[in-house]
Design a protein. Sequence first.
Length: 222
Amino acid sequence: MSEPFDWRTWRRGMRRDLIAARRALPASERAARNTAIDEQLEMGFAPVAGHTVAFCWPVAAEPEPRFAVRRWRAGGSVAALPEVVGRGQSLAFRVWWPGVTMTPGVYDIPVPQDTERVTPAVALVPVNGFDGAGYRLGYGGGYFDRTLAALPQRPLCIGLGYEFARLPTIHPQMHDIPFDFIVTEAGIESRRQQRLVAIEAEQAAREVVRRLAGLTGAGHER
């Protein structure tokens, strides 16, 4: 009888390989891919402006989200960065703006120092890998999935990744939560009927409006 599939070991190896491939991209190629991703965000996700947006400070050659966040802030959004509160706990989100005092957090990723905590309506999250059902291969800590499960209202989740990170499956488990959209340099995909479907920017904008209209209770903590 064959041994059961060890999805944890598989994920560790795949995560390592995909991060290495991302780091190995020449700077000019990575910049071109980032520009293409930012253009997709600009064309397809303008309705995010005015809503509270969580994003991740880019590390390990991840796609660059800060240009999109800057535009959304100009349109009235509050931006926030995640903070690891403790092992096995949900993330907190602290308000960020350019020039805010930052402090090193877990893995030395910067976190705003003692700013207000907010609850995001939108989460812009890097993906090391992703599959055709919209599931994300993250860093293995489970923080993001744990946070989504604990929030009173799930935010609109937009994954950012490079096209070569597309996988047949990440072997999702019960705790894994799929994303609403995946954006790569090749375009925008929306999760419909448990799979990703390529859509045009105009379609994405309409879907964002509709989905955000259904969210309630997202904003500043009191």
